[in-house]
Design a protein around this ligand. Structure first.
Ligand SMILES: [Fe+2]
Length: 307
């Protein structure tokens, strides 16, 4: 996005380049908490985040999704992957519900509730796009369901639940409803990840949940969704298969969209609250360790089968 020249000039003159435009606007407008001093502290903190959190190996180098991208997986490995993902997809609902309950403002609660409701099948209401009725009818095709809008006034459809998108893929792989999605189907690495999401992302301590959110969003935006979509597309082509990819293509697209907001949200947090910076980095890293365990578990499983 092109920046209006005066914001750019202001940022340069006041040595606060690196901040997102909404923050610069707020500083210029002298909104509460938005001081130049705070901005400079934030930029120092951001450097710490960049070097002490965002360099994490699971963000920079995900061996499993890179392998998956080639699309050379055997059916049994693909089944294992889909089962583990289905467990994550279902148990994530618990973490998201806790995050909703533990929000520290009505706005925060609603933002979390949007994600939760959409996850279980409420389609975003988007007057400007395909009309709601058409969307509802197409709910089973995740490729067409909107990425934007609000759940306010949106339509609920069982078949629009993200878990059901994944279930439809699982069924094509010969798996039934009772083969996927339950805690009992998760390997220890997957369950560790899900439990860490509940403990950190869903934490009662607002700072911990925010640190975990920031970590999770940066992981989600790191490109693994696209690698998975590539892998499935290759798999379909190589095996003359027709796996429905909606669960993965939808998440790839929405994460690309979220990435732009993640940084703005961090700045908003920093300008509106006192932040224990060490704690933020520590809990962000704990969350990424949980994420990493999940992928390392998958990677070890596929390597074990090579023998
Ligand atoms: Fe989802």
């Amino acid at each position: 996005m092109a920046w209006p020249i005066d914001y750019k000039k202001y940022a340069t003159e006041h040595q606060i380049t690196g901040l997102t435009m909404p923050s610069i606007k707020s500083i210029m407008a002298r909104e509460e908490g938005y001081t130049l001093d705070r901005a400079k502290h934030f930029l120092v903190f951001q450097q710490r985040i960049n070097s002490e959190l965002l360099q994490h190996s699971i963000i920079k180098n995900n061996a499993y999704s890179q392998w998956f991208q080639q699309g050379n997986m055997r059916l049994d490995k693909l089944q294992h992957f889909v089962i583990q993902f289905s467990v994550f997809s279902n148990l994530f609902l618990i973490a998201q519900l806790k995050k909703t309950i533990n929000a520290d403002s009505i706005e925060g609660m609603r933002a979390s509730k949007e994600i939760l409701a959409n996850e279980i099948g409420v389609i975003f209401n988007t007057p400007n796009k395909i009309d709601q009725k058409t969307q509802a009818e197409l709910a089973e095709d995740a490729d067409i369901v909107s990425l934007e809008g609000s759940i306010e006034g949106g339509t609920f459809r069982f078949r629009a639940a993200h878990f059901e998108w994944l279930l439809r893929m699982a069924e094509k792989l010969g798996l039934g409803f009772n083969d996927v999605g339950k805690r009992a189907h998760g390997v220890p690495a997957t369950l560790f990840f899900c439990d860490e999401l509940e403990r950190l992302y869903g934490s009662e301590d607002y700072m911990i949940s925010q640190a975990a959110s920031y970590a999770v969003e940066n992981w989600a935006a790191a490109g693994f969704w696209f690698e998975l979509v590539d892998g499935f597309t290759q798999y379909n082509a190589k095996n003359a298969a027709d796996l429905p990819l909606g669960f993965f293509t939808w998440h790839a697209k929405i994460e690309a969209q979220h990435a732009a907001h993640t940084q703005e949200e961090l700045e908003e947090l920093y300008f509106s609250r006192e932040i224990d910076e060490d704690k933020f980095i520590q809990y962000g890293n704990e969350m990424l360790a949980g994420v990493a365990a999940f992928w390392i578990g998958l990677n070890e499983q596929r390597q074990a089968e090579l023998n």
